[in-house]
Design a protein around this ligand. Sequence first.
Ligand code: ARG
Length: 316
Amino acid sequence: MTLVQEPPQRAIEQVRDTAGVLEGELAWGRSYAVVSPDHFRVDYVINPFMDPADQPEPERTREQWHAMLAALRDAGARVDVLRQRPDSPDMVYAMNLGIALTLADGREAFLASHMRYAERRSETTSAASWATSRGRVLLGVGRDGVGPHLEAGDLFAWRGDLVAGFGPRTEEAALAPVAAALDVRVRGLRIVHPAMYHLDLAFCPLDDRRAMVCPAAFDDASAAALLDLVPEPLVLTEEEALTFCANAVVVGRTVLMPACPPRVRDQLESWGFRVVLLDLSELHKGGGSVRCLTNPTDLVVGRDLDVVPGGEVVLP
Ligand code: ARG
């Protein structure tokens, strides 16, 4: 009798490294800080989506936000929940608080944002206490309106570089101090689209070769530079990007998205991603979606970002 040989496990599975990351997957994005929407309101207008006449309904907001939390955990992510300050209605958009990362010398750090609009600056105070309570050293490029603006929704680690959108929120003058503070290479891209005012509305790394990219968000030189950086881009039209589909969170092969145009879904699925759709309609009233609502806390300089002593800025 011939024994039917099972194929050896290693041949059918991909190789997992010690952190349980499959080859090719993003190594970061397994743990997040989020802010519970206890005081989410639209009190002012700082982006084209906000309308104080259209307030979020608190109960639906909570349900949608908790469903997002459950989906993150189902996908295998760890989540640290911060309380929202009553005086900071936009604080639910946790991505903008700053970026948490392990520096080249092994220290855990938090680079705080310096928000463009004064209405959001109080959020940073709470973010800083959260970060220090987690043993992180605090870094920053400005505060209270003094120094260049930096909003972390403009920052992504991608193939060794810190890709940084600038224009509507982050200022070009912030790029050099960020590069120097973190000892990394910062690649600046000029955003010109008023509705894609943060990089995370127009760019979303999927794995180590693929990313969603909406060229319409950038000036010509920056759009070309971004497409050059991505070996296999999923190019989004302006209309597709305005569904907030690029404002997605990727945990391994799972993509959590608020919307997914059919063409985008086909491409993601043919690449082996599983799409999880989330209804975040109440939270869209402030102008952001799942990526804005979550802040990855597991970036590592030396793994996700190349170590460049003293830092370096590259512009198109
Ligand atoms: N109302 C917030 C603002 O305009 C929305 C932030 C969206 N966050 C993001 N990472 N894109 O600042």
